[in-house]
Design a binder for this molecule. Structure first.
Ligand SMILES: *[C@@H]1O[C@H](CO)[C@@H](O)[C@H](O)[C@H]1NC(C)=O
Ligand SMILES: *[C@@H]1O[C@H](CO)[C@@H](O)[C@H](O)[C@H]1NC(C)=O
Length: 330
């Protein structure tokens, strides 16, 4: 609430100070959404691991017996994320988790297959990097400037597909992913409608709590950073740490990126030797392979795109391993 009031104050202040078209309402709204996304409640009490273990048990007891995919979804690590997102309040975490279970049973994110969303990904606006960060987190690369489709529903489905894919490809014991958001080419004409952005943030906050470790905003419109800096005093330190602004050919940015990634994986703008080019055909091949893994993970029989590998019966036990590096496109 406080944050909201301060945001309003800040915007009014900005609008009074400048008539520049740059501070247009849609960009400001995007900035507010950005801050909302990382907003978290402040921690009031000191963390205690034994206490936390017992909270996990409490939450498990509170949600009652589960079966099928809900049971599979609710790992201890999962319950921990919901508790963390609700400041270790069991009742609130329970409510949140139940909302997700309801959402998952109707939206069925684990049933989305690449061929249903591939058309949204032609420009590479969201893709999974073929490397992990130093800590074994999956890296999602987002390019808001490459957005060129019009269906809000498909846009969201495509993103949900990639979130699920990123989670499946986490290194063992890792629960979080990193985002590399490249704003190159971003303008008002490429930005998604505010309503879609709001729906996306609602899904991310409500159904993927504590999944995001860090987001690198590469070459963002300056207003984003100005706005974030002005509001960060009202956010807790942990949240502030999650958002990093990085700029091409900038010494600090290069140092920062090196502390999260291997140089070989980074593109030249960050002093690396790799590239972050997107090849739709190559990526599609990888996703089709991953669809088979997804089906196995959730104990589903795959009807299409079946790849025989003589390992069909070890379904539920298959742990999500990082995907192998894709072969080069010929
Ligand atoms: C988006 O861009 C891709 C790649 O340039 C193109 O193939 C596709 O047709 C475009 N989609 C729309 C809806 O304009
Ligand atoms: C990323 O870096 C690691 C470690 O240096 C390397 O093994 C891997 O091949 C790199 N991946 C890509 C896609 O360059």
């Amino acid at each position: 609430m406080r944050l909201f009031l301060y945001s309003q104050f800040f915007i009014t202040f900005l609008l009074r100070c400048t008539k520049s078209a740059f501070f247009s309402p849609p960009l400001l709204k995007s900035s507010i959404l950005l801050v909302e996304m990382f907003q978290r409640r402040k921690h009031t009490q000191k963390d205690n691991s034994e206490q936390r273990d017992s909270k996990v048990s409490e939450l498990r007891a509170a949600i009652g017996p589960l079966s099928g995919r809900s049971l599979k979804y609710c790992t201890d690590a999962c319950l921990r994320r919901y508790l963390e997102a609700r400041n270790w309040n069991v009742d609130k975490a329970k409510k949140m988790l139940e909302e997700t279970l309801k959402w998952r049973s109707t939206y069925k994110p684990e049933e989305i297959r690449w061929h249903e969303v591939a058309h949204e990904g032609e420009t590479g606006k969201v893709s999974r990097a073929n490397f992990h960060d130093i800590q074994g987190r999956t890296v999602l690369i987002m390019r808001p400037g490459m957005q060129n489709t019009t269906s809000a529903e498909d846009n969201i489905r495509h993103l949900v597909y990639l979130l699920e894919n990123a989670i499946m490809n986490l290194a063992e014991g890792q629960e979080q992913m990193s985002w590399l958001i490249d704003f190159t080419g971003f303008s008002l004409s490429t930005s998604i409608p505010i309503k879609t952005a709001r729906d996306i943030i609602y899904i991310l906050q409500g159904h993927y709590p504590e999944r995001l470790a860090v987001a690198f905003l590469y070459n963002p419109p300056k207003i984003f950073e100005a706005f974030y800096k002005a509001t960060r005093y009202f956010l807790d330190a942990k949240t502030v740490q999650k958002v990093k602004f990085v700029y091409p050919k900038n010494k600090d940015s290069v140092e920062l990126m090196k502390s999260y990634f291997d140089v070989e994986n980074l593109s030249s703008e960050f002093g690396g030797t790799g590239t972050l080019k997107y090849d739709h055909e190559e990526f599609s091949r990888l996703m089709v392979q991953d669809d088979v893994k997804t089906a196995k993970l959730w104990g589903m029989e795959e009807k299409h795109h079946h790849i025989a590998n003589g390992n069909e019966h070890s379904t539920a036990e298959v742990a999500p391993h990082p995907a192998p590096i894709t072969q080069q496109a010929s």
